[in-house]
Structures are given as C-alpha cells and as structure tokens.
Write a new protein. Structure first.
Length: 399
C-alpha cells in the first residue's frame, strides 16, 4: 500500500519520475492512481519523505499468477555510443541453466534486455534458448546506471510477474539484483553454484561458511525467486542457429533526473588487449608452493609459451606473487578454461570451487595427499621448481 502523508509540499518532483504516469498533483498533494506498481521511485525522490510504501507480509502474497523464467542480459560496456555492445557470455550461460528450469516447470524462458538500440540481439538469445525477449530501447539505457536500470526491471517484473529471475554475478549484476530485490521486497541468493527445481520451487545451492558446506536455499513466499550466478559456473548450451526468440517490445518513461550517478570519465585499469582470466583457454596457476616471486615469474613464461594467462591461489596473492585480479576461487574469479595447470596449490575447497569446471586439470604438488589431486585429470607428485623449468625447456625445443 502506498500513502502520502501531510508532509507532502506539492513540489511535483515525484510526478515526472514515475515510470507509469501513476501520480498527479491534486490540491498540491501527490495522488497515486491504479497504474501504481509500488516500484518506489517516488519514495526515493521525495525531498520530505512524505511517501511511504507498506509491503504485504511475504506469506500473505498471492503467488499464483507468477510464471516464466527470466534471465537478465548484460551487455558489454564500451563507453562509446557508436560501438555495438555484445551480449556477455554469462547471459548465454544463464540461458542454458534457465532453459532446463523452464522446461521442468513447463514455462517460458525469457531474456530481458535493456539497451539504447537493439542490434538483432534476439537472434543470438533465441539460438541460446530464449523463447521471448523483453526488450526495452531508450536513450537513457546507453550505459548501465543503477537507478535507471533497476527502475525498468522493477516495472517489467511488476507488469509480467515472472516466477524466477537470474542475473550474472558480475559487477553490474551484483549491483542491480540487490536493488531490484530490495525494491520488490523479495529474497536474493548470491553466487549460486547450482540451480534446480524442487517441488515447483527454485532450489538455489551456494557455498556457505567459507565454502565448507553447501547451503540449499528456497524462497517459498516471494516472487520472483532471484539468484545471481558467477560467470563460468554454468556450461553454455550449444546454440541452435536459426532459432529466434519472440520480441516483446516494452516502453519505458525514463526521466533523466532518476540518474543520481553520472559517469564523468572511464579509465582502463588493464591492458585492453590482454586476455582476461575469466575467458582464457589456458591458465597456468601457482600457489604458496612456488615459494618466491621470482620462481612464480617462471609461470609467466610457461603461460606465454602455451598462449595462456597466469592464475594464482589466494595465498599466492596474499604473498604478493600476483595481483588480486588473477586470483582463482571463491573470493576471486571462477574460471573454466580448456586446460588448467596448477603448481604448488594444495586444493582448498575455496580454490576448487573456482576452477573445477575446467576441461582438463593438471596438478603438480610435492604432497601425494594434496586435495588438488581429487579434481585433477593428470597429477604429478613432484617439485614444481624442477618441473616448471623442464616444461619451459621442452616447449621451447618443440617450437
Ligand atoms: C572465505 C574464504 C575465501 C577464500 N577464497 C579463496 C579464493 O578465492 N582462492 C583461493 O585460492 N583461496 C581462497 N581461500 C583460501 C584457501 O582456504 C587456502 O588458504 C588457499 O587456497 C591456499 O593456497 P595455496 O594452495 O597456494 O597454499 P597452501 O594451502 O599453503 O598449499 C601450498 C601447497 O604447495 C605444495 N608445495 C610446497 N612446495 C612445493 C613444491 N616445491 N612443489 C610442488 N608443490 C609444493 C604443498 O604441498 C601445498 O599443498 C579462501 C578462504 C576463505 C576462508
């Protein structure tokens, strides 16, 4: 329920920002009509806190009208209006996971895409499994902005009532999903590593207590059931080219005053041409067992010869062998390369969750009981300081 108290000064600020044109000013007081979706934008903008929303108790909600599995589609941020943005791989991975959930529920799989311009995105989204694409095109959607994007998503969810919504656990997804969850007053499970359907509900599994146990989470009293999933956790489905999704165009009335943060300048923190660890096909990773920064540097040479990227355990990062952007694991990046070589890494559960989806894992460790060998396809019990130089030599000779 939405209420306007006597504090309302009739300033009119709430009227233009309402995405549903649900507010009019009558006798210098804001009055909401039936188009109001309780999205909360007016509450945020009101300078005198005159507007309040009282949410229903979760258990009292009628959830029967909620249907459909939605995937939020993130686009690459180019910072250039003229450059065509690409669909991020994590969205395609989520479509694969979403397809399985939607099939089990007998519901549609829908992609949700917000952009200043559509570049036939529905073709790719359809090929990766989407039945429908909810498409909002607007100049204000040129780049990601928390206020603008969350307002649009909340309005779409309120209008179409999906039962499940999935986001990539990227910088953008981690910003957007909690904002949407708090506005809609629903739960959100972050960094899920597995998703399934149990008795019609979304079973969301994620590591808990420092990764030592897996927690299974259900949200029986709220909709949509929302989760974030890190890139590289779900395997991408094989695309079916030629299979296109139905486009549902949605309008959005977006007032620029909603935008409380403006991007003034973008700075590239990394070499733009460098391969990122999350997309690398070959990763040569080192841990505390590499002992010194100098020895760790040999892994750079080895990875160059293999056309790969260097990864590191948290211990190696803490020792200053490599910077945090290269950390693999629960509090680093989740990776799934074709080849993962590990040197002097014990295989703590927090490291394993970040690399176990790799196609082939090769581990070198002095300790035959190191847990890394439980996930490795090829294990070498030996001294990394002897094996790394020999590999480098052999690869150089081979060239
Ligand atoms: C909440 C939380 C989040 C975490 N997140 C992460 C994360 O994202 N990523 C991560 O990696 N860790 C993470 N950790 C830390 C994790 O628990 C481990 O402490 C860490 O992974 C250990 O790194 P390591 O394997 O390099 O070091 P160690 O566990 O000390 O293992 C070193 C290994 O090197 C071997 N070794 C020694 N000398 C040699 C040699 N000459 N040749 C070959 N092998 C040798 C040893 O036998 C040993 O197995 C997290 C922990 C917590 C609590």
């Amino acid at each position: 329920m939405i209420e306007v108290s006597k504090k309302c000064i009739g300033c009119n600020k709430c009227v233009p920002v309402c995405p549903f044109a649900a507010i009019s000013m009558i006798d210098k007081k804001a009055v909401m009509n039936e188009a109001c979706t309780l999205c909360g934008v007016c509450v945020q903008i009101c300078p005198v806190q005159a507007i309040t929303i009282t949410r229903e108790e979760a258990s009292a909600r009628d959830l029967s009208g909620h249907r459909g599995v939605w995937v939020y589609v993130e686009l690459t941020e180019t910072g250039e209006k003229t450059q065509v943005k690409k669909i991020k791989q994590v969205a395609l991975e989520l479509l694969g996971a979403g397809r399985r959930l939607a099939d089990e529920l007998g519901e549609d799989l829908c992609a949700v895409l917000l952009a200043d311009k559509n570049h036939n995105y529905e073709k790719e989204l359809g090929a990766y499994g989407a039945d429908k694409v909810y498409m909002v095109e607007h100049d204000e959607l040129f780049e990601y902005n928390t206020d603008i994007f969350s307002t649009v998503i909340v309005s779409l969810v309120t209008r179409h009532k999906p039962s499940i919504m999935l986001y990539g656990a990227t910088i953008q997804g981690r910003d957007l999903a909690p904002r949407v969850a708090s506005t809609l007053y629903v739960g959100l499970t972050a960094d899920c590593t597995a998703l399934a359907i149990k008795n019609g509900l979304l079973l969301q599994s994620r590591p808990a207590f420092g990764g030592n146990i897996m927690a299974d989470i259900l949200a029986p009293n709220s909709r949509p059931q929302m989760s974030t999933v890190r890139p590289n956790v779900m395997k991408m489905a094989e695309p079916v080219h030629g299979r296109s999704a139905l486009v549902v165009r949605e309008s959005a009335k977006l007032d620029p005053s909603l935008r409380r943060v403006k991007v003034l300048e973008r700075m590239i923190a990394h070499d733009a041409g460098a391969v990122k660890i999350e997309t690398a096909k070959v990763i040569v990773s080192g841990g505390r067992g590499m002992k010194t920064r100098e020895r760790f540097r040999q892994l750079e040479e080895l990875s160059k010869l293999l056309g790969g990227v260097v990864g590191a355990s948290r211990a190696a990062v803490d020792l200053g062998f490599k910077d945090k952007t290269h950390q693999v694991g629960q509090s680093g990046t989740t990776v799934s390369p074709k080849l993962y070589l590990s040197f002097g890494i014990s295989g703590a559960v927090q490291h394993i969750v970040g690399m176990k989806a790799s196609d082939v894992i090769v581990a070198v460790n002095k300790d035959p009981n190191a847990p890394i060998f439980n996930v490795a396809k090829y294990g070498i019990v030996g001294d990394a300081h002897e094996i790394v130089p020999k590999l480098i030599e052999a690869l150089k000779k081979g060239k």
